[in-house]
Design a protein around this ligand. Structure first.
Ligand code: ADE
Length: 340
């Protein structure tokens, strides 16, 4: 496997050239960005972050707003808040040096079992198994584990740990990631190119394509909300900051009702409106998918001569704010409908 990695390793911005010492800061930053996000999406963000903040100390001295701003578009914003909290914890509690083992890393904000193992292996060559969905797939095939996910997880984790070599655990972790991404793919794995083709039980049985067995997922529920697009005479639009805790915590949004499964009647929705005025329903809706639910937003628009207190920004100033994708979709929809 390591010989295969030496020949085929992907050249990714956070990877250390062979023979050089990895920088734990870059390893940590990339692993946080790569949680639930693809290599292709992460690469330009990684480059911008390290250009702006080349060390954990410089990132710790940035404001949370600056970090959220540069994170804009990567999604799962709790990661950005944890990233910032983690940088500060490393500086304040660990003298700006990352703990060098799984247990120490695990105590830091935003670092769970997978990420602690990945950093310990890649940055500190600890013999830790970083098991994500890709690795689960590879291992389920090599050992022909037919138990459905997620029940199979503990078994797959133990099997993965049994494979980690005593030397070059970090390269082994990244080799498995590359194998899962380029050869042992979810569908039509390219078994003929695989360094483990002779050892793989699922390939021997001809059913690699069917593993891991997925339990049937229930459909994500649909939630609904009504957004209030309120404009002042100078064109500025009313915005607000979401609560720090929870989904999109601390991010900017256009004010709205809460999100719930039951449809909103207009009267009911208006009790959440930021102003008593004549609201007009815009055509169409804005749709967005979160991990655990789908969201469908209706937009009501109005202009006001008596603007309430709040964050007001003209559309040309929107780029100065850390808008999550959902807010960008609302803005795009409202502006395109209103300019027609
Ligand atoms: N996914 C998570 N960590 C990764 C890494 N270091 N390289 C490639 N893909 C990854």
């Amino acid at each position: 496997m390591l010989a295969w990695y030496d020949r085929h390793r992907r050249d990714l911005p956070w990877r250390t050239p062979p023979g050089e010492r990895p920088d734990p800061y870059r390893v940590w930053l990339s692993e946080i960005m790569l949680q639930q996000t693809t290599v292709v999406t992460v690469a330009p963000y990684f480059d911008r972050f390290v250009a702006r903040w080349p060390s954990v100390s410089s990132l710790a001295s940035a404001s949370l707003d600056e970090v959220l701003h540069l994170w804009q578009g990567l999604g799962y914003y709790a990661r950005a808040r944890n990233l910032h909290a983690c940088a500060r914890a490393v500086v304040e509690q660990h003298g700006a040096r990352f703990p060098d083992d799984v247990a120490g890393l695990r105590t830091l904000p935003g670092i769970g079992d997978y990420t602690a193992a990945a950093i310990a292996a890649i940055a500190f060559d600890r013999r830790a198994a970083a098991v994500d969905g890709n690795v689960e797939r590879v291992v389920s095939r090599v050992f022909a584990v037919r138990e459905p996910m997620p029940l199979a997880k503990p078994q797959l984790r133990a099997l993965a740990a049994s494979l980690v070599p005593a030397q070059r655990a970090g390269d082994f972790a990244q080799a498995l990631m590359d194998l899962g991404a380029t050869i042992c793919t979810p569908r039509k794995p390219r078994c003929v190119l695989c360094p483990w083709r002779e050892d793989c039980a699922a390939r021997a049985g001809g059913f690699a394509d069917d593993l891991p067995v997925q339990a049937v997922k229930p459909e994500r529920p649909l939630r609904r909300g009504v957004v209030f697009w309120l404009q002042r005479g100078d064109g500025a639009v009313l915005l607000r900051r979401r609560e720090e805790k929870g989904l999109l915590g601390g991010m900017i949004e256009v004010p709205s009702t809460p999100w719930r499964e039951a449809a909103w009647s207009e009267d009911e929705a208006l009790s959440s409106a930021p102003a008593k005025t004549k609201w007009t329903k815009l055509p169409g809706t804005v749709q967005h998918g979160f991990t655990h639910f789908r969201l469908d937003l209706t937009i009501l628009a109005a202009t006001t001569d008596a603007p309430p207190e709040g964050i007001w920004a003209r559309p040309e100033q929107f780029k100065d704010y850390a808008f999550p994708t959902l807010t960008k979709k609302v803005v795009k929809h409202a502006l395109s409908v209103l300019s027609d």
